[in-house]
Design a protein. Sequence first.
Length: 430
Amino acid sequence: MKATLGQKIRELRIRKGLTQSDLSAGLVTPSMISQIESDKANPSHNLLAAIAEKLDTPIEYFLTDTETQMEKVSVYKIAKALMATREYEKAIEMLIDLEENPSPHVSSIDVAYDLAVCYLNTGKLNDATDRFESVLDSAVARNDNGIQLLVLNKLGELSYMEKNYPIAIHYWKKAYEMIKKGQLAELYLQANIIKNLGTVYYKLGEYNEALTFYQESNSLLTGSNHFKQIGDIYLELSFTYREMGEFEKAAEYSQSALSIFQSLNNMKMTIDVKAKYGIVKGETGNIDEAISILTQCMRDYADIGCETEVGQLHSDLARILIQDNRVEQAAEHCASALKYFPEENLDRAHVYRMSGQIASAGNQAEDAAEFLRKAVTIYQDVQAFGELVKAYSILGDIYKAKGDFKEAMECLEKMNEAMEENLRERKIVI
């Protein structure tokens, strides 16, 4: 296996009889050299040039492997982007290649976990189970308790989906035991694992057990801002008490759930107003202020379980950033937005169209055309003729820039057809 950048620097330093302090003198701290040698940090080009000079070695000696490793980091980012756009099959190919050709700059456990998630979302449940179990073994070996809890919860959900309830209980109980032993985890994850145990026992008709776990999950969330999850638990408690014949308690928890969902609706209205203000700020050129306001609104929406609204704000931010020529940031928000929108959704089409504009600005004509074609398909399906006109216009320009005039002319013809349909829809006589 080829030596990494850090290994090359370390070997040359030792060969020349230098300490980390010697090599770092006048450049960075000895601690930074230590991080670079252990591949925990990447030096800038200028720093690498200075290190190469001190080691009396051409910089090209270091760059060959670095370029290969950076390429792998880029591939991993592309795979993550494909997952965000639900292109799981394409992401699987890249992740398998990264798994077979590992890089110190890309976490192998993250690659394996993402591969399992891809298998899960493509219906390959056996492959997903095998991969999650492999990740679990690695996490145990590394004593990474955080990953263990994540994977145990996923394995429980997989088993529940397959109606293998005893195995689901096995996984969730293991996670539960870790939590009881003091293993720290994000509050939502802890409560979700405990609530899942309540759900599976309810499914099995063991209502006392279900009640115990629902109440514990509720107690854990009391005082937090996870309002939607609390409301969901109240509903589950209501169903459980009803099955147990305790109708007064069932009614009490139903009313509590209703009150929470009503208050969530009022909270949502407050966030809606704040979000509109942020969008106006962005559209009037106050980009940084808009980013700050809308980012906070996304967190607020997430807290009350309004995931679609989070996606819409990512989309709005992308549009504002495109207008300000911050295309890299816009691309990140487009990728994030796609996580929240289902297939054949109009909002999803808008994001595809923006992604096409971003790719076109970056001279990635093929990617741009692919995004626009996806947008066109959705606009056609939902008969959004006004939006279809805009999409065909952009797609035609892309083909024209590529020199593909035949496709450009076809786009122009289809744009005119869509324009006519749009006028008919608006009751305008042609």
